[in-house]
Design a protein around this ligand. Structure first.
Ligand code: NAP
Length: 321
């Protein structure tokens, strides 16, 4: 049987590339945009699958790949993909939302705790020798007694809601549609912010969510409110956030993602009311490994290449790394 031809547009672990090369004929997308365009014009008609990470897939890209059947994405977020154009061409999309949700939810709750209990500054307080000098550290806030609004109750948002339920927090959510859950649904994010002590963002980045959290939403959250962003940076209007913090209009924020990451505005870097992490929501060895496996497995499944063969290949490659 001729092996299906796959476009490798993903910066993945070497063992994943080896697996792909074992199962498919792999064409590597050149990094340079002009070279990539020329490459797709020449080879595009042969390509039936894409292993994807961050490469932008728009209608023009898809037009160059008339035989494309499947995109297998390492990420859960598909904001780099024109989903409408993909669906219009009958191409299927696989992502890793179900694989990373637990760890991203753990990260979100960890950030919420670090933020409200001031763990990062408390650590610095102990290390700097201030404890014997200044005595008791300032009090934090209790997420167990908070109303927490989740913006986007999908796979990750639901995993966060489950954890917050265990903590005793009151949870409500905002999103385009009411879900079959007992939690209160808001059809207006500003009203949810007004009624919440903390907003946790877990929606996709799209034209509808770009700067969804703007000056009005932050004002509604108020000077005692907290913001946790584990979704995508541009969901928050970063300039509005900086302005609100400068005016003491928000108690603090925990940000795993940034509008122009890896660049972070100086005002945010200096502000000790913030907990900042470098887009590590899904960043555990176990989950990143499973995400890479899924990129390969989804392609293999689609093309009817048996799973055990994939597993055996992986076990062999893992032993040699
Ligand atoms: P998901 O299962 O598709 O859930 C997304 C949720 O957002 C759905 O409930 C959806 O509602 C809702 N939503 C859609 N449009 C919205 C809007 N305009 N306003 C508010 N909510 C909206 O996705 P997921 O796996 O939970 O992932 C969510 C996002 O998290 C990803 O897109 C990605 O950007 C981000 N993420 C970040 C990290 C990290 O490392 N920080 C890791 C993984 C993912 P409907 O179901 O009604 O459409």
């Amino acid at each position: 049987m001729t092996r299906p031809i796959i476009l490798n547009a993903a910066d993945l672990p070497e063992w994943t590339h080896e697996e792909l090369r074992t199962l498919f004929t792999v064409l590597d997308l050149p990094d340079d945009p002009a070279a990539a365009r020329a490459f797709l014009q020449e080879q595009g008609s042969r390509i039936r699958g894409i292993a994807l990470r961050k490469t932008k897939i728009d209608a023009a890209f898809l037009d160059a790949l008339p035989s494309l059947e499947i995109i297998s994405s390492y990420s859960a977020g598909l904001d780099n993909v024109d989903i409408g154009a993909v669906r219009a061409r009958g191409v299927s999309i696989e992502n890793t939302s179900h694989i990373l949700a637990e760890d991203v939810a753990n990260a979100a709750v960890g950030l919420a705790l670090a933020l409200t209990r001031d763990f990062v500054n408390a650590d610095a307080f102990v290390r700097s020798g201030q404890w014997p000098v200044q005595g008791q550290y300032r009090l934090g806030r209790s997420i167990s007694r908070m109303k927490i609004g989740i913006v986007g109750l999908g796979t990750i948002g639901s995993a966060i809601a489950k954890r917050l339920h265990a903590f005793g927090s009151q949870v409500a959510y905002f999103g385009p549609s009411r879900k079959a859950v007992e939690l209160p649904w808001y059809d207006d994010v500003t009203r949810l912010a007004h009624d919440s002590d903390m907003l946790i963002l877990t929606c996709p980045l799209s034209p509808a969510t770009h700067h969804l959290v703007n000056a009005d939403v932050i004002r509604a959250l108020g000077p005692d409110g907290f913001l946790v962003n584990i979704a995508r940076g541009p969901v928050v209007d970063e300039r509005a956030l900086v302005a609100a913090l400068a005016a003491d209009g928000l108690a603090g924020a925990a940000l795993d993602v940034f509008e122009h990451e890896p660049e972070v505005p100086e005002a945010l870097l200096r502000d000790r009311r913030l907990v900042l992490t470098p887009h590590i929501g899904s960043g555990t060895q176990e989950t990143r490994h499973a995400m890479a496996e899924h990129v390969v497995d989804a392609l293999a499944r689609h093309f009817g290449i048996d799973g055990p063969r994939t597993r055996a290949t992986r076990a062999a490659s893992l032993q040699t790394t």
